[in-house]
Write a protein that binds this ligand. Sequence first.
Ligand SMILES: Cc1cc2nc3c(=O)[nH]c(=O)nc-3n(C[C@H](O)[C@H](O)[C@H](O)COP(=O)(O)OP(=O)(O)OC[C@H]3O[C@@H](n4cnc5c(N)ncnc54)[C@H](O)[C@@H]3O)c2cc1C
Length: 450
Amino acid sequence: MQRRAANITRLAPQRSLATLGPADRIVIVGGGPAGTAAGEELRRLGFRGQIQLLCADPGGSYDRPACSKGLITGAQRPKDARIGVTDKRWEIDWRLGRTAIACDMNERVVWAQTGEGFRFDGLVIANGARPMLNSMWSGAAVPHIVHDINDAWEIRRGLRNANRVAIVGGGFTGCELACSIRGMGKDVTLIHPRDVLMNGVLDGVAAKLMTDEHAEDGVDLRLGRRVKAADRIGANWTLTLDDGSRIRADMVVMTAGEKPDIAWLAGTGIDISDGVVCDDALRVLDDEGAVVPGVVAAGALAKWPNRWMNGKNSRCGQWIAALEQGQAAARSLLAGDAPTESAILLPRYWTQQLGLRIQVCGDIGNDTEVRRLDRRPGHRKPARTGVLTCHYRGKDLVGVVAVNAPTEFVTVARELLYSKPRFELSAPRQPVQVPTGVLSRDGRRLAATG
Ligand SMILES: Cc1cc2nc3c(=O)[nH]c(=O)nc-3n(C[C@H](O)[C@H](O)[C@H](O)COP(=O)(O)OP(=O)(O)OC[C@H]3O[C@@H](n4cnc5c(N)ncnc54)[C@H](O)[C@@H]3O)c2cc1C
């Protein structure tokens, strides 16, 4: 470990990385919201050098959230969800169908599965996460997963012949799928290891309300249960749960989480102990906690101390966060080794299920104090009439969750958006302007000013 880290330090470019200019090349790995936003932001900030974007998907970018919603119900077809590549005016050289398989930090080259090497002066790591499937699911018993546009379309096609669908995992994706598939008149069994659905993304109040709603919608909920064995003969599945009960299904879909896609970074000395570990400005750190010059990360795989999350090192698997991280990472890359602003991201996401709008903004951690507001107190169906939960740390409002209370949500979320997180990192960085040096066209005036 120490040897690899030493390599990075010794072989790091001797010049200031704030001099990234027209003769330099930035390679972005990943064509999702994080990678795309990083490329556009680099141009917006005036970077004139070459930008190459490696994207494993041969069709370019697409609306991934549609994979558990419109693409399943048929409201969208794959071509409706395709975003493709960025506008030509950004002059980003998209290399479609290129999967990064290795990275040489000494030579500063990313290697693709095609055998091509992409030399870089600056690197943005933004290739997201991939689904987890444990070894129990093997041989004939490999379930559907729902990660990309092809997976979603496979599920859509499979649903033509399936009437009983078992979904493993009751997070956002699993619940959205359950809702979409129930809406098609199919029987759905949802298996989730906790006693409420969406416990990782909602607070206790909203999670309980939505669990009741799914039960009422006719989803067969198996809460607090895990799949112990899976057997498949032809189209007939039998899942055995840890309480010995059995579920028969014509289709099984696994939605139990994703993990950062970091295999290609093994051996680089970059800290990939849990995603790509970064400092507060999304600059990538090595195994010893030192900044790796000229390398930033963004999106679902980046782990960083977000001041909105009480400064805890965390990852954020949401679409808006990926866009904002991409922009922040671009700023940090151009700032080079000059001090720059922290990437402070207010998490916000939403889902539409069973005709209910669920919205989340900010920090809704288990250790916050929760205050519940019912739009119609005492109503028999609180989720339908609207419930808002506000989260506090001391006197500070830090988060909000709404179930069918969009107006109230916007009011509170706006307050959060306009406020600053109170949490300070132990050694806060000095905010500086993005160096104007990188804005130069002529390649001479390139020194950082920050
Ligand atoms: C089914 C589903 C539904 C979702 N719904 C929502 C939602 O409603 N709201 C929400 O906020 N979030 C949602 N999310 C999460 C959201 O889509 C992700 O958080 C977001 O897409 C992360 O963006 P990213 O750019 O980090 O990664 P991704 O969007 O995963 O993009 C990664 C990119 O990298 C490419 N790539 C991967 N590996 C390599 C490699 N080795 N070399 C080169 N390229 C590579 C991929 O082809 C892709 O272009 C959903 C996710 C899924 C799977």
